[in-house]
Write a protein that binds this ligand. Sequence first.
Ligand code: COA
Ligand code: HC5
Length: 644
Amino acid sequence: MLSVVTRHFMRQSANISPIMKAAEKTAAMLGRRQAQPGRMFAQQNSLANLPVPPLQQTLYKYLLALKPILSTEDYEATQAIVSEFGKPGGYGEKLQMGLILRSQKMENWLSDWWLDKAYLEFRSPVVMHVSPGVVFPRENYRGVEGQLDFASRLIAGVVDFKQLIDSNSLPVDYMSGQPLCMDQYYKILSSCRVPGVKKDSVVLYPPNKPDAPRHIIVAYNNHLFSLDVYDSNRKPLPLTELHSQLKRIVAESPFPAIPLNILTSEHRNVWGKIYKKMSKDKINRASFEEIKRSIFMVCLDKPVYSEETDHIENFAHHCAKQALYGGGSTANSCNRWFDKTLQFIVGADGDIGLQYEHCTAEGPPITALIDHSLHYAHNTPLDSRQTLSIERSAPKRLEFNLDRATLEVIDDAKCNIDSLGNDVQICCFSFEPFGKDLPKSQRISPDAFIQLAIQLAFFKIYGHSTATYESASLRKYKFGRTDTIRSATIESDSFVRIMMDQTKKPSEKAHQMRKAIQAHRENTNAAINGDAIDRHLLGLKLVAIEQGTNVPDIFMDTSYQTSVHFRLSTSQVPAKHDVTMLFGPVVPDGYGICYNPQEDHINFGVTAFNTARETDSQKFGQKLAESLLDMQYVLSKVPPQAKL
Ligand code: COA
Ligand code: HC5
């Protein structure tokens, strides 16, 4: 089945006529609002603070969300616990008051907590567990010459995007007609996660300071080089210059370096301890500083894909591995610095992509940067920026002093990344029969349609619904990050059951599909308007912890654990270019599902762990494609209805 809908990733990006210098024109070509100097934060002051939802509303919705995923017995037990928590003058009201007080003192009561709880205090490796990978459309070059040519174009494209950020010229993003917080754009470049023994931190080097970074890090053969991308007058280096500097880096590094970099893929406590110890040495400290301060990173990967030995169908899979974790210690995992916010991956076979450390930003600002940079890379002739730069320095190799103990941990880290890589089962595919166009033609939200297909696919395999997470943007609010759309609803559960019932007519199935889609849309609207339940419940729990009181029963209840055991962790990240994105599951027996809906097809990245016998991402991908077609069939049997 999958072979029918799978297509290799040779599709080229949108065929857009060459446009050169003006960044505003690029933005316009990409369908974004016109760039205007100083306009990036035009709406920022009008953004509201994140509200605290009413307690009773959240408790009511929490019970609704539990219904399709719990047994009747468990549900009834939890009902009693929830009602005790929410009774007048009870524990819930006390915590709610604490949360309201916090929200009155802060622009966003959630964002600091979220940064800590979701990211900086999380101790598992960022690879696979936190950092997503993005696979770009395959480029036409093969070999190192083309690799360096493309890498220089991509670097120039990112620097061009940076100019838009630095001059506050990026057009404001909008969602459902509402302006969004633009703060995350300031955090994706010149930023880095720093390992700590118990908790990580994140550093950011603003562009408007006199000593603002001018360099990027280039990884080649496990060596790290600091390369200036601006001259001493802060003018971006011409493409030809970037190209010759990259050539120099390659020529100077014929043999692989000791793969210290792989330590960034370790458990955070392990890496935090080594980092602390290594930082006592002046040379190490200076090199760490150079990496942290760099604007972004480019990984010039060695070729590991062979057209002769591998079937062409495997190319997408190869790219996904490189983007998600580097493919393992003998492939390119040692040619990364996983703490760095943005690592562009440029392989030798037209295989390109991105690895990104998630703590500073969500996917949409990253895809805006990708869309701009790829467009620039494809449309800028080599000689277009020939203005001669002055006083540029040669690329500088970063040095490290390593002791015997660290060398041993490097060996362990290589084994660990290989185990992690062998454990992940990746299924990236493009669903070809239709894209957003089909649900739109039926006046249905494409996102709700795809989410429902995910529910159906899960039900086909397991015969029940499960806790499902879909990312919803809170950027409508100042410094907003995300909340959760819980896609398993009472309505979706009825829908998947009816779909599997041979006795039901298409009209009955279509009727329930529309009810489930409507429920999903309502949940989506609630989430983006600050009325979802998950971050509110987290907030109440954290108030209890901060107040030093007992964590209330509602959070100790096994049903709560079930409700946050997201076997389906999903996210829509739309991009103009035909990219495929993927991230790891968030629970051992779960799936990570990321999708980029295009007008006439949908790119999916599905992951699962091999160690969980009950999951299989290939099978899930097949069932997902099948479910989308089943839903298309049902819709084809009924006349279009009112818009949902
Ligand atoms: N009839 C016809 N067309 C419809 C429709 C309907 N009933 N409902 C929606 N559409 C159209 C929209 O106008 C839109 O058109 P476009 O392709 O021209 O832009 C398109 O279909 C997509 O809409 P939809 O599928 O409903 O999704 P959405 O854009 O509303 O997105 C979320 C839903 C939840 C993904 C979004 O609100 C969100 O929060 N995005 C951010 C997620 C995120 O941050 N992810 C990354 C986390 S790191
Ligand atoms: C380049 C695509 C990145 C998508 C990453 C994403 O969706 O991250 C989610 C962030 C959030 O807060 O919801 C987390 N998730 C991967 C667990 C869904």
